[in-house]
Design a protein around this ligand. Structure first.
Ligand code: UDP
Ligand code: MG
Length: 359
């Protein structure tokens, strides 16, 4: 699908709803329409099970003891009308509160709920990856455990997959987070949007829907969960977004402070490199290597010309700059060549994401 087409589809599913919620202010001859998402559960319900057989919901959780029972109840309530088989994978990321015993209790009373518990806190990305590895549905939903994401949005997300997209991300347009977080996140999203070229507003929304192909082909580790849409897009999957409801945190506190936000940008460099250049390192190192080498050559040629015409070079710091640029250029080139050799010897068909085949 081409970029333009895709962007058209990114526009959130909103409709002016006259009947349900418009009001008129006394003294003002103006009508205010409140925007309401289309909630077409009935249609979704009937066509969902013909499209998809099973939904896997992956929930990473870290010290969320109070939220877990209400979360389980809300998921059951949201999925009941869909009439489709589902499993919920609760991934305990080394909680130190009573989360583990709560999820054990949930799993004991309802066998659609399963759990995996880490011995220590590995981070949200690790929890998601383990959830992805164990998910058996043909649709995978991820959502946070803190009741900030609304499971009633799941049918709307899946509807986008039915339209043909591989990944649909939530967009917390109306966001209930502290001021500083809201604005730092807006900046983060802006930079990621510019660098990655993916035109969505909210890269790091916990609520997302994927075709199982996507989660079986991407690797999330470190803090890369923020960049799942980027990783997916660079593997050739189509990405879109819809506006989703967001709620304030009721219990516990956020696990991601401002410091994580800065670490996130370092990860962006990893993502860009590992998605764009991992198979052709020379395009990255070769470019900078050649640039540095040639500037160095120009600088030193100029100095050589001066030397030939009789000027001494003993007091020219520029000479060192020229030498440095040439050495750095050669180094970059060598690293690029080594990278190419590694890629060459490790290439296998497994590394290409195949959409379809008949062999
Ligand atoms: N989480 C996790 N491991 C961590 C940090 C967070 O599994 O090391 C989970 C957390 O329990 C929650 C989700 O990831 O379900 C999102 O975390 P949080 O609500 O703290 O992030 P925020 O909404 O503030 O961005
Ligand atoms: Mg949260």
């Amino acid at each position: 699908m081409n970029e333009q087409n895709e962007n058209k589809n990114i526009s959130p599913d909103f409709e002016e709803s006259k009947s349900s919620s418009f009001f008129r202010r006394k003294g003002h001859k103006r009508f205010y329409f409140r925007k309401k998402p289309i909630q077409n559960y009935n249609n979704t319900e009937s066509s969902l099970s013909s499209h998809f057989k099973k939904i896997s919901i992956v929930v990473p959780l870290y010290n969320e003891e109070e939220s877990l029972q209400p979360l389980a109840a809300e998921i059951r309530k949201a999925l009941k009308p869909l009439n489709i088989q589902y499993e919920v994978l609760l991934i305990d990321d080394g909680s130190t509160d009573k989360s583990l015993s709560v999820i054990k209790e949930i799993a004991r009373t309802d066998n659609r709920f399963k759990y995996i518990s880490f011995r220590k806190n590995y981070g949200k990305s690790a929890a998601l990856q383990v959830g992805f590895n164990n998910a058996s549905g043909d649709v995978v939903i991820t959502m946070d455990a803190d009741l900030q994401d609304d499971p009633h949005e799941i049918p709307n997300l899946i509807k986008k997959l039915q339209e043909g997209f591989d990944l649909c991300s939530g967009w917390k347009k109306q966001r209930y987070d502290p001021f500083i977080k809201k604005y730092s996140s807006r900046f983060f999203n802006f930079v990621t949007r510019v660098i990655s070229g993916i035109k969505i507003h909210d890269f790091n929304c916990g609520l997302k829907a994927y075709r199982s192909d996507v989660v079986k082909n991407i690797k999330v580790y470190g803090e890369l969960h923020r960049y799942i849409p980027v990783l997916a897009k660079w593997q050739g999957f189509t990405v879109t977004e819809i506006v989703v409801k967001h709620h304030p945190r009721k219990y516990g506190k956020t696990k991601f402070g401002i410091s994580r936000f800065f670490k996130g940008f370092i990860d962006l460099i990893t993502v860009i490199f590992s998605t764009r250049y991992i198979k052709r390192p020379m395009h990255f190192f070769g470019f900078f290597g050649a640039l540095s080498f040639f500037i160095g050559i120009i600088v030193n040629s100029y100095l050589t010309y001066l030397w030939i015409s009789g000027q001494p070079l003993s007091n020219r710091p520029m000479l060192f700059l020229g030498i440095l640029l040439i050495i750095v250029g050669v180094q970059f080139f060598s690293v690029g060549l080594l990278g190419e050799m590694i890629v060459h010897s490790s290439l296998s068909e497994k590394e290409y994401v195949i959409k379809d085949k008949n062999i």
